[in-house]
Design a protein around this ligand. Structure first.
Ligand SMILES: [Zn+2]
Ligand SMILES: [Zn+2]
Length: 129
């Protein structure tokens, strides 16, 4: 007959109660082992791995998605995409966002500029007819 079922334990400290779950590897972590990196809870083992920082932040993904949707006609999203992308690039340079988001943010910026030019040219052509 087992006594009471033990709660989840930290993967590194079997004596410590787990209070977090690593959002990358799913291991249990105690308060001393978990760190929040760019809004994501990671264990110490994952923090030590460089690829843990290879995931772009949600803002970088949102900026690129808005830039691409804006490119396809939802012009009002283009300035928002450009603004998000610039904020993300600043955060990456300050070390507050994962560097992996850089190509996403640069792509979002390029898409918003290309979209703005495209729709400007189209408007001039259509109005000039
Ligand atoms: Zn982990
Ligand atoms: Zn621990």
């Amino acid at each position: 007959m087992p006594p009471e079922a033990p709660g989840p334990r930290c993967a590194s400290h079997p004596a410590a109660d787990a209070v977090h779950t690593c959002q990358r590897c799913g291991r249990f972590a105690c308060a001393a082992c978990a760190r929040t990196e760019s809004g994501v809870v990671l264990c110490l083992a994952c923090l030590a791995r460089p690829e843990a920082r290879l995931t772009p932040s949600p803002r970088a993904k949102r900026a690129l998605a808005m830039g691409l949707v804006g490119l396809h006609g939802v012009v009002v999203l283009l300035p928002i995409a450009a603004w998000l992308a610039r904020a993300e690039l600043r955060a990456i340079e300050a070390g507050d966002a994962p560097p992996a988001g850089k190509p996403w943010a640069q792509g979002a910026l390029a898409a918003s500029i290309a979209g703005a030019l495209l729709w400007l040219v189209l408007a001039v052509v259509l109005l000039g007819e």
